[in-house]
Design a protein around this ligand. Structure first.
Ligand code: ADP
Ligand code: F6P
Length: 321
């Protein structure tokens, strides 16, 4: 292989730049030309594809977001769009692609593989919902960002004897919520998986008030059956003792400089993805399993969704007392 391309796709995740840098420098080290596809599948269809030099990935290791930018694109979900993408790659002499992104992006990568393009996927999404890998690029940074916010909110909650509802991202997956609950010392965690009702939340928070706690934190996953404003209004009307405030962390969770863990994860995954591609593998995702990296079929990784270890729900409940 003489030339391959790299893209970042789906929601941006801290560490994507570190992965791009690793892919580019590793490719160049193997004597191969590396091209960047800007704005993911949207840029692929538009032919927004250009060579990347080592200098162009200088100074990005510590930067959040992605210098290649990202986009969502529905046309690429169609057969016609995928054929067009294949043509664009041919026009630029691209012989392989590394896709850095979340589960949707990896489905796109799998579609390219099915069309005969050599493809390797690298899991990057703050949601930690990608099957087969212990963790994805960006999860650790997002979790630390959430914890920083929760710690700050507890300071003000304690000062005013308030309860805070803190809504966190994660799409349909409650991983960030349950981990933030355990590590941020929340009284209640609500996720799409655990089926906690608004009445149960009210009872837990009221119980915390009666037991003399000076604050309470309820972490709510965005994919839970009810949203932050609805829950906060419900709790306010229940008169549980605490005054209620709501904080929706939103996209702050996606930004910021990647942690040391995410920089290393992204660097190792990027280099390994290039090795796999140049060794002739295709249709594979780089997975972190324990301390090792291993290739897993994209077909399998995109057909399933990563589940949260049940132990974590128990920890969140036991430690909330
Ligand atoms: P993420 O990768 O973060 O999960 P999305 O689910 O929005 O984000 O997917 C990102 C992009 O990947 C989509 O906008 C689309 O271009 C592409 N994609 C998603 N699902 C598919 C699919 N089934 N086939 C082809 N491309 C897909
Ligand atoms: O997949 C990452 C993620 O941040 C999810 O947690 C969230 O549901 C979604 O992306 C938000 O997407 P957008 O950036 O399009 O608002």
């Amino acid at each position: 292989m003489n030339r391959f391309a790299v893209m970042t796709s789906g929601g941006d995740a801290p560490g994507m730049n570190a992965a791009v840098r690793a892919v580019v420098r590793s490719g160049l080290d193997h004597g191969v030309e590396v091209y960047g596809i800007r704005q993911a599948y949207h840029g692929l269809l538009a032919g927004d594809i250009a060579p990347l030099s080592s200098r162009e990935v200088s100074g990005i290791l510590q930067r959040g977001g992605t210098i290649l930018q990202t986009a969502r694109n529905d046309e690429f979900k169609t057969d016609q769009g995928q054929r067009k993408g294949r043509r664009r790659l041919n026009e630029h002499g691209i012989e392989g692609v590394i896709v850095i992104g979340g589960d949707g992006s990896l489905r796109g990568a799998h579609a390219l593989h099915r069309m005969g393009v050599p493809v390797i996927g690298v899991p990057a999404s703050i949601d930690n919902d990608i099957w087969g890998t212990d963790t994805s690029i960006g999860v650790d940074t997002a979790l630390n960002t959430i914890l920083d916010a929760v710690d700050r909110l507890r300071d003000t909650a304690t000062s005013h004897s308030r309860a805070f509802v803190v809504e966190v991202m994660g799409r349909d997956c409650g991983y960030l919520a349950v981990m933030a609950g355990i590590l941020g010392g929340a009284e209640v965690v609500v996720t799409p998986e655990n089926g906690v009702t608004m009445n149960e939340i009210a009872a837990s928070l009221e119980d915390a008030y009666i037991r003399g706690k000076s604050h309470a934190i309820a972490i709510l996953a965005e994919g839970a059956p009810f949203q932050g404003p609805e829950l906060a209004n419900f709790l306010q009307q229940k008169h549980i003792g605490f005054e209620i405030r709501l904080t929706i962390l939103g996209h702050t969770q996606r930004g910021g400089s990647p942690t040391a863990f995410d920089r290393l994860l992204a660097t190792r995954m990027g280099v390994y993805a290039v090795e796999l591609l140049l060794d002739g593998h295709t249709g594979m995702m780089v997975a972190r399993v324990g301390r090792e990296q291993t290739p897993l079929p994209l077909a399998e990784c995109t057909a399933k969704t990563r589940q949260i270890t049940p132990e974590y729900f128990d920890l969140a409940r036991i430690l909330s007392r």
